[in-house]
Design a binder for this molecule. Structure first.
Ligand SMILES: NC(=O)c1ccc[n+]([C@@H]2O[C@H](COP(=O)([O-])OP(=O)(O)OC[C@H]3O[C@@H](n4cnc5c(N)ncnc54)[C@H](OP(=O)(O)O)[C@@H]3O)[C@@H](O)[C@H]2O)c1
Length: 380
């Protein structure tokens, strides 16, 4: 089932690429020799709107100084017209990710100030720059990653970083799943390949990425152990395929994992919590197990002496999604697998929290205070 959906998704991409003959080689998902006029005829009303909005201001969240959620300001910005190889997209739904918090606080450095945060959105193309893109005004597209700036009603994106959204997936659902789902895909299929019979430990199992990791790992045939902070999140994690759930604020998760695995440990730990869990996670590993540390919701883990890896000859990796979806093919493969799993029902997308875009500060506050589960989405 998944494969046939993936096939259809790729056929859809192929259809896009067959629409236009490339003038020059392009890394984009298709290329175009059609003039903007051709596109005007296709969807004239949208194009008219796109042209008339060229000098319009749009609303966006901007950060002028690092700090708490209150530094997220609701302002007017001018976005201009897309240049060659770019598209302008009117966002319908914007994914909130913990990485947005890191940039707001200065854990990661923003390229300049003021900046608009956000690395994930889904919307309708309102204008297409010159040159080959293969994208038309009116297309529903999504992106996850660079450039930062999705907390905006409208934004300019490189055409080769956007992916078409299958018509069966709602924009809000797509914006909840693209970055988090591709992260899960990379972690489970590339960083460490989960196989039937493996036992995996997923921290923050009811979170945006955590929920998807648990569902997908279960579908791959693994025994899934999840950690969460409260009973409500525990119930969700169970529904999402966790065979064992540990309340890590009340129980020592290392002791519990030892009990569950009869002292064997787990093949892999997916640790996004960082400082509070890192050391314990290492202790939960089997001989030659994989420590996949991919986030730091509780703070950056302390430096690790190499010798701490030798006792069980464990592997340690610190992946970022963006190093795994660099080429166009990698991006489309990862997104395609995620969408296929949504359409086939392997992944239930939990859009548990939506906020108006203007209330992004509230969304950040709730995410940081562990009040959210599943995905958090902003609606322009
Ligand atoms: N490496 C990558 O490419 C990549 C890509 C995407 C996401 N990530 C990382 O994956 C993690 C999850 O991202 P997400 O957007 O899906 O967020 P999320 O998991 O929905 O939210 C973070 C969760 O972490 C847990 N947590 C534990 N200690 C915490 C603390 N001191 N403060 C706040 N939260 C704490 C909370 O769950 P409990 O209440 O159950 O403890 C909280 O709900 C983040 O660390 C993010 O940076 C990494």
């Amino acid at each position: 089932m998944s494969l046939s959906i993936l096939f259809k998704y790729n056929q859809n991409l192929l259809r896009h690429s067959l629409l236009h003959i490339p003038k020059t080689p392009s890394p984009s998902f298709s290329s175009s020799s059609s003039s903007p006029l051709t596109r005007v005829r296709v969807k004239s009303s949208l194009v008219t709107k796109a042209f008339s909005s060229s000098s319009e201001m749009v609303k966006a969240i901007r950060v002028h100084e690092l700090g708490g959620p209150q530094v997220l300001k609701w302002e007017d910005v001018e976005i201009g017209e897309p240049k060659e190889g770019e598209v302008r997209v009117r966002n319908k739904a914007i994914g909130v990710n913990f990485i947005d918090v890191y940039f707001r606080k200065g854990v990661y450095n923003a390229p300049s100030f003021p900046f608009t945060p956000g690395m994930e959105a889904v919307g309708i193309v309102t204008a297409v720059g010159a040159g080959p893109t293969g994208i038309q005004v009116g297309d529903l597209v999504g992106y996850a990653g660079q450039p930062m700036g999705s907390y905006a009603e409208e934004q300019i994106l490189p055409a080769n970083r956007v992916v078409p959204i299958p018509s069966s997936i709602e924009p809000t659902v797509a914006a909840s799943i693209l970055l988090k789902g591709m992260t899960a895909q990379v972690l489970l299929r590339s960083c460490f390949k989960v196989e039937p019979g493996h036992t995996v430990l997923v921290h923050a199992a009811a979170g945006g990425v955590g929920s998807l990791l648990c569902q997908w790992a279960n579908a791959l045939g693994a025994t899934v152990i999840g950690t969460v902070s409260n009973e409500e999140k525990a119930a969700q994690a169970k529904e999402d395929g966790c065979h064992h759930v540990i309340l890590y604020k009340e129980e020592d998760f290392v002791t519990r994992v030892n009990e569950i695995t009869s002292g064997d440990g787990v093949e892999v730990v997916y640790d996004s919590v960082g400082k509070d869990t890192f050391e314990g996670s290492l202790a939960c590993l089997k001989r030659r197990g994989y420590m996949v540390t991919f986030g730091q919701s509780s703070g950056t883990p302390d430096p690790v002496p190499l010798s701490s890896l030798s006792a069980k000859s464990v592997y340690l990796t610190r992946p970022t999604l963006f190093q795994y979806v660099v080429t166009r093919d990698e991006l489309l493969k990862s997104a395609g697998e995620v969408f296929a799993n949504v359409v086939s029902g392997v992944l239930k997308v939990r859009v548990n929290h939506t906020y108006p875009l203007s209330e992004a500060a509230k969304a950040h506050e709730d995410l940081e205070n562990r009040k959210t589960s599943g995905s958090v989405v902003l609606i322009p």
